[in-house]
Structure formats: structure tokens, C-alpha cells
Design a protein around this ligand. Structure first.
Ligand code: AMP
Ligand code: MG
Length: 720
């Protein structure tokens, strides 16, 4: 068998594929090539994972490579099931059946309805069980496994491999901790689609001979539970799914290098209906798999400073989904500036470098919330009350000395400390005062119109955490809590450099020939940097000349903490930014699966991170908002920031392909719907001025009709 060049292991999810922004139970995939251990990829949901896998397979096929892709869900049901549903024992026919059945679900239905529908094909209750809905019964889907008997159904409870591998769950159980029923059902549908998208290129083990570029293989990461646990303890890794896919991908890759993979693939015992039930890679040959896993010499977690290769992507990954790019930036970037102390009043927009705790409580002591009369609650009657007034008046900053005796009241103003003996205040508008007596109706609640000590913030509590970018309200809070100074990161100096022979600076006069392009990106990016609270550093304009560019980057590295370039970031003849960074050995081109603005060149020059943005102003703008903004904030010491989007009805029609995310220039019309700029052409700068925000269309395919919900990010969500 021709060896596999690429091993990818995927940890699937069966949960609802809502397209939500970030999910706990998302999908992790680890790509391994040879002995290179590469960081796992985070895939937000199944549509994203499908698009990512499809692209990976397409690249492998196009480049003449072979790829083994392992998935952690059953590829088949126990013997007899496929036959009963489709009329054939072939599980791949069942995969197609399930994919079509998902397409046929109506709104509001999901995999549980599909399980119920399958149950109806069988005598008795049917094989599937577990109700994953918050409320309500699902007809024909029992809540418990003991609510049905497999004797009645006429199918085995387990596949033969599940009987052999201790601890596996059955694929009839559609939910609950550790279950695989939902993963199996959704996973088979996804794999069916991948097979349709790459006809003749995918073979499925152990149903088919592995003589095609891509092999799909069922795996079960728990086989390596001990090794994964040890690795997590050793590296401080906290995400188990990620540790599992990395561990297993490494083990399979090393098994291939040692020749053991052949044995693992051949380890399906005699007598197993392999073409009907399938098998789990490694079951029956566990020792070999353990040996491969332990042969690992993986080092610990990545460095905490910015390494030269901090932007490295797994090899073989050609298109990087937006979320993958963002989570990579989030993981790899660290604050790069020192810290200093500044007066709170001068700290607007600065980033706290440590947690800031309350120097005293707010309020420091109980006080009056209104202007009125204070007394002990026990002195007031149920109905009307009349109390003599003591001499004097308690005001904010001017407390009265001495106590207010029981049965008396005192004049008190907002903010005044409650004198001893006073726990309740009545609003002055609710009182009548005559003859040095105050009268009011009842009943009055104990503690009415007072503020308790520390009810807002307790002394010593963390009022603002490290990473906070200070707002005007934060300056108020810090001051109220007795802080005069803030410990902050030094401002991030953001250098902005434009590149391109065709560019002229506005200073060079505005009467240039049509062959020239005015350098629009520089004022735009400098202004964005300033708006985001950084120090903009104008690095000017350089032509497409490597020597000049090298000199400019050298100057930039001396004056900036991070460099934003625009233009020349692709791989064309005149793309000198990427060429130079590559020469320096620190360059990565991320081709982002995003419109507008695909190439993003990331690297470092003399230790200073460089973001090579696309030249096209619209693309440069959108890339700056989506990638540069959170990255710069992180470098400046701020916590990672996810902009807030809002679901609004669309005012437009659009059909979008799967596989990349799109950002449309948009604004809210007078009916509260998102309308989009009539042209998507990325040369149309004026669309940015027309717009008040962006509509984000996810990585998956979509057809949008007027009224459909779309996610709208007002420009305010991006900090300006
Ligand atoms: P490039 O990425 O260098 O191939 O540039 C892509 C397109 O963006 C070309 O049409 C460039 O002329 C244009 N462009 C590059 N830099 C700028 C800039 N600073 N201002 C306006 N247009 C630019
Ligand atoms: Mg250019």
C-alpha cells in the first residue's frame, strides 16, 4: 500500500449545528505530516469542519498526496440495520440515506426526529433512545435504553467491535455523557457529502480497498486514554479533545513510519462482518497503538513569548477558516510592551497590566440615598408616625456627631453617613414637618432609602482585571475606590507602511496622472490605530524595491512594536513584503477563507511582528477590523476581544457558496433591516463610507431572502 503523506484525526460533535460563534463542543482536528507535530485546528461547527476537510482533501488530491482521515464515531450500525433501512448491507448506501434524510427534515426537526423516524421502521419500540430536548416527549423515541428491548427489534445492541472494546457506547444512544449516537448519525451524513464532493477519490475502511487518495478510518481516542492523560499532565494542556486528536494523529503517523499501520489496518478479526459493521482502528492491536503513542518525544506547550514561528500553520492547510486564524492569533500573541504607572485621570484607553483591587469599599459606610429624615426602623409604627427631630443635620461630608436616640428622627441629606441609631430614611416629599417634629405614613420598609456599606464593591475585591482597556466609566470606578494611579502597559506603537510602485502620497500633490494610485491605506490604517488607542507611527511609502523595503522595515523595527504593511502581500512578482519576510525565514502566508481580502502575510522583522494586509483598501480595511484589531489589542496587553454582532433581518437577496466567510458593507435601513452596498467589488472604497457596519455571512453555504436573519456588526463593535 502506498504510504499516507498526511494523517488527520478529527474529534466530531453531534450537537446542534447552529453556526453559533464559539462552542464548547466544537470540532478539533490534528494534521500530521511525517514526524512533524502540528497544533490542532479548531473548527467551530460541522459545516465549518466539512468545508475545511473538503479543502484539505482537494489539496491532497490535487498535489498527488495520500491522506488518512480518522473520525471518532461509528461508521456503521450493528449487522442487519442497514439492510432493514435501505435494502442492502452496504453502510455507504446507508450514509447517503442518512444525508438525504437530514436534508428532508423540516424546520425545528433534528437528529432526534430522525432517530424516531428510524425507530418506526422496526418492530417494538425500535433501537434508538435518549431524548435530548429540554422539554416535551418525542413520539417513538424513548427516554431510557431500558424502555425498549433489542430482542423485539431483532438487532444486536452492539457491533462486534464494540463488544470487544470495553467502554465503548452503543450507537443507539442519542445523547448523554460519552454517547456516540448523535455523532454517528451526523458524522455519517457529513462523510456521505464529502464522498459526493470528491467522487472516486475517497475509500472507506474497512468497507473498501484503500486504493484511492483519501482513506476514511474509524478511530476511538479512548484507546489512548492513559497516554493522553499523561501528555496533558506533562504539558499543562487543558482541552482534552485537542490533546486526544494530537495524540492519536501522532501515534498513527509514527505507526506508519514504523510499519505498524499496516498491521493495525489488517487487525479486523476473522468472522467480523467487516463490510457491514466496520471496525475501530487499533482494536485487537492495542499494544502496537500504545507503542506508537509512547514513542512520542513531543515537547511541552508552546513558548509564552512571540516565537519566530508563531504564525506557522499546519503544512498542507491551504485555506484557513477565519475562526481558525483568529484562534491561532489568540493563542500565540502576547503583550509586547513594558508597563508603567500613570494617574488614573490620564489612563483613558490604557490597558491594565495587573488586577486592580478596591482600596476601600463602595460605599465605604452606610449612607442616605435621598434627602429626608432618618430614624431607627423600630421607632416607626405600622401606619402614621410622628417623631421629634434632634438638633442638627447630617449632610454628605458633614456627619453629625453623636447618636440619634430611639423614638427620634434626624434631618439627613443624600450621601450623608447614617448617624448611629439610624437605619431607615423617609423621603422628604413624604413627610410633614412642624414644631420640630416629623410625621409620615406607613408602613416603612426597614433600611428604606439607605445604601449599605460595600453594597457596590467590597474592599479588596478585584474591581477591574488585568487586560481591561479603560473606559470613562472605569476611571470613575477606580477613583471611587480610592485608586489614584493605574498600572498599565506602555502604549503599543503601530507602524504603518504602504508599499507599491504605483502609489503616491497625498503630500506629493493631488494632480497626478491616472497611472498613479493615491495611498489611501496609510491615513486609514494610521487613523484606525489611533482610534484603537495605540500610538500610530507613520512609516511612509516605499516602492516595489526590495532594498528600499528592507531599509524601511529596519527603520520600522526600531520605532514600532508592530508593523502593519499594505500591498505586496500575495505571492506575485511584485509582492516584495512576503518575499522579504520569507527570506528572513519568518514568513507565513495565511490564505484566509474570507471575502474580501484573502492573503494575510504574517511574520516578524528583527523580532517585531509584521501584519501584511492586502493592498486593496476595502480588503485592507476589513482585514484590519477582523484580524489586526484583536491582534493589536492582544499585543497591547488587552484581553482577547470578540466583537458583538446582532441578528437583524436582511433587506437583500444573496446566494453564497460554502467554504469561506463573507463580509458585506452594510447599514441599517429605516425598517431596521440590514441593507448591503450594491456592489461587492472590493475596489469600491466609497462603499466603506456608505456603510455603518458589516454583515457577516458564515463559512457555510447560504441563500438569503429578505427578512432572513443575518449577523450585523455595527462599526462601533470594532471600536470606532
Ligand atoms: P497589491 O496587494 O500590492 O497587489 O495591491 C492590490 C491593489 O491594491 C492594487 O490595485 C494596488 O494598486 C492597490 N493598493 C495597494 N496599496 C494601496 C494603497 N496604499 N492605497 C490604495 N490602493 C492600494
Ligand atoms: Mg502592490
Amino acid at each position: 500500500m502506498t504510504p499516507f503523506d498526511t494523517i488527520v484525526i478529527v474529534d466530531w460533535t453531534g450537537g446542534g449545528d447552529t453556526g453559533a460563534r464559539e462552542r464548547k463542543d466544537a470540532i478539533w482536528a490534528s494534521v500530521q505530516r511525517g514526524d512533524a507535530a502540528e497544533p490542532a485546528v479548531y473548527l467551530r461547527n460541522r459545516s465549518v469542519a466539512e468545508a475545511w476537510l473538503s479543502q484539505l482533501f482537494a489539496d491532497e488530491i490535487a498535489e498527488g498526496r495520500r491522506c488518512l482521515a480518522g473520525f471518532d464515531f461509528p461508521f456503521a450500525y450493528p449487522a442487519g440495520f442497514a439492510q432493514a433501512v435501505t435494502g442492502t448491507h452496504d453502510p455507504l448506501v446507508l450514509w447517503d440515506w442518512i444525508a438525504d434524510a437530514f436534508d428532508d427534515l423540516v424546520d425545528g426537526e433534528d437528529r432526534f426526529d430522525l432517530a424516531a423516524r428510524l425507530n418506526r421502521l422496526f418492530p417494538g419500540v425500535g433501537p434508538f433512545w435518549f431524548n435530548g430536548r429540554q422539554q416535551g416527549d418525542i413520539a417513538d423515541l424513548p427516554r431510557k435504553g431500558s424502555d425498549r428491548t433489542m430482542d423485539q427489534v431483532g438487532l444486536p445492541e452492539r457491533r462486534m467491535v464494540e463488544a470487544q472494546a470495553r467502554g465503548t457506547f452503543t450507537c443507539w444512544q442519542m445523547g448523554g455523557a460519552g454517547s456516540v449516537g448523535s455523532q454517528a448519525m451526523t458524522g455519517m451524513a457529513s462523510l456521505a457529502r464529502l464522498r459526493r464532493w470528491h467522487p472516486e477519490a475517497i475509500a472507506v475502511w474497512p468497507f473498501e480497498a484503500l486504493d484511492r487518495p483519501v482513506a476514511l478510518v474509524e478511530v476511538w481516542p479512548s484507546l489512548l486514554a492513559d497516554e493522553v492523560k499523561a501528555a496533558m499532565a506533562g504539558t499543562g494542556e487543558t482541552i482534552k479533545d485537542r490533546a486526544q486528536v494530537e495524540g492519536l494523529a501522532g501515534a498513527v503517523s509514527r505507526a506508519q513510519m514504523s510499519g505498524a499501520l499496516q498491521t493495525l489496518l489488517a487487525a479486523v478479526p476473522e468472522g467480523v462482518p467487516r463490510r457491514e459493521e466496520g471496525w475501530i482502528l487499533g482494536v485487537g492491536a492495542e499494544l502496537l497503538l500504545h507503542a506508537a503513542a509512547r514513542a512520542s518525544d513531543r515537547s511541552g506547550p508552546g513558548p509564552t513569548h512571540l516565537a519566530n514561528d508563531c504564525f506557522a500553520l499546519p503544512r498542507g492547510v491551504v485555506w484557513t477558516p477565519v475562526d481558525v486564524a483568529l484562534s491561532r492569533l489568540r493563542e500565540r500573541l502576547r503583550p509586547v510592551t513594558g508597563t508603567e504607572r500613570v494617574p488614573v485621570a490620564a489612563a483613558l484607553g490604557r490597558v491594565l497590566s495587573t488586577d486592580h483591587r478596591a482600596m476601600r469599599a463602595n460605599p465605604p459606610a452606610a449612607n442616605a440615598a435621598v434627602d429626608g429624615y432618618g430614624f431607627a426602623h423600630s421607632s416607626a409604627g405600622e401606619r402614621s408616625t410622628e417623631l421629634p427631630l434632634v438638633a442638627g443635620r447630617a449632610a454628605a461630608g458633614a456627619p453629625i456627631g453623636g447618636a440619634v436616640p430611639a423614638g427620634s428622627a434626624v434631618r439627613i441629606l443624600t450621601g450623608a453617613l447614617l448617624p448611629s441609631g439610624v437605619d431607615t430614611v423617609v423621603l422628604e416629599e413624604d413627610c410633614t414637618v412642624a414644631d420640630r417634629k416629623v410625621a409620615f405614613g406607613g408602613p416603612v420598609k426597614p433600611g428604606a432609602n439607605t445604601r449599605k456599606a460595600g453594597e457596590d464593591v467590597k474592599e479588596g475585591a478585584v474591581a477591574l482585571a488585568a487586560g481591561r482597556m479603560l473606559t470613562p466609566a472605569d476611571l470613575a470606578l477606580m477613583t471611587a475606590l480610592g485608586m489614584a494611579e493605574a498600572e498599565v502597559f506602555r502604549p503599543l506603537r503601530v507602524g504603518v507602511l504602504s508599499t507599491g510602485d504605483e502609489l503616491v502620497a497625498p503630500e506629493q500633490g493631488t494632480q497626478q496622472g491616472a497611472a498613479w494610485t493615491y495611498d489611501a491605506n496609510r491615513p486609514m490604517l494610521l487613523a484606525l490605530a489611533a482610534r484603537w488607542g495605540h500610538v500610530p507611527v507613520d512609516l511612509g511609502l516605499v516602492g516595489d524595491d526590495r532594498t528600499a523595503l528592507r531599509a524601511a522595515l529596519g527603520r520600522a523595527a526600531a520605532t514600532s512594536d508592530v508593523i502593519l504593511t499594505s500591498g505586496g502581500a500575495s505571492a506575485g512578482d511584485e509582492d516584495h513584503v512576503s518575499a522579504l519576510l520569507r527570506e528572513a525565514g519568518t514568513m507565513e502566508i495565511w490564505r484566509i477563507a474570507m471575502k474580501p481580502g484573502r492573503p494575510l502575510a504574517l511574520g516578524s522583522w528583527q523580532g517585531v511582528p509584521v501584519f501584511g494586509l492586502p493592498g486593496n483598501p476595502v480588503a485592507a480595511f476589513v482585514c484590519a477590523l477582523i484580524f489586526a484589531r484583536p491582534a493589536l489589542r492582544r499585543l497591547a496587553g488587552a484581553a482577547w476581544h470578540v466583537p458583538t454582532g446582532y441578528l437583524v433581518p436582511a433587506a437583500f437577496v444573496k446566494r453564497k457558496r460554502a467554504g469561506r466567510r463573507e463580509f458585506l458593507r452594510a447599514r441599517i435601513d429605516d425598517q431596521g433591516r440590514a441593507e448591503v452596498f450594491p456592489s461587492e467589488g472590493s475596489g469600491r472604497i466609497s462603499g466603506l463610507n456608505w456603510a455603518d457596519g458589516l454583515v457577516e455571512l458564515g463559512d457555510e453555504a447560504r441563500e438569503i431572502a429578505p427578512g432572513d436573519p443575518v449577523t450585523y456588526f455595527p462599526f462601533g463593535s470594532f471600536g470606532f
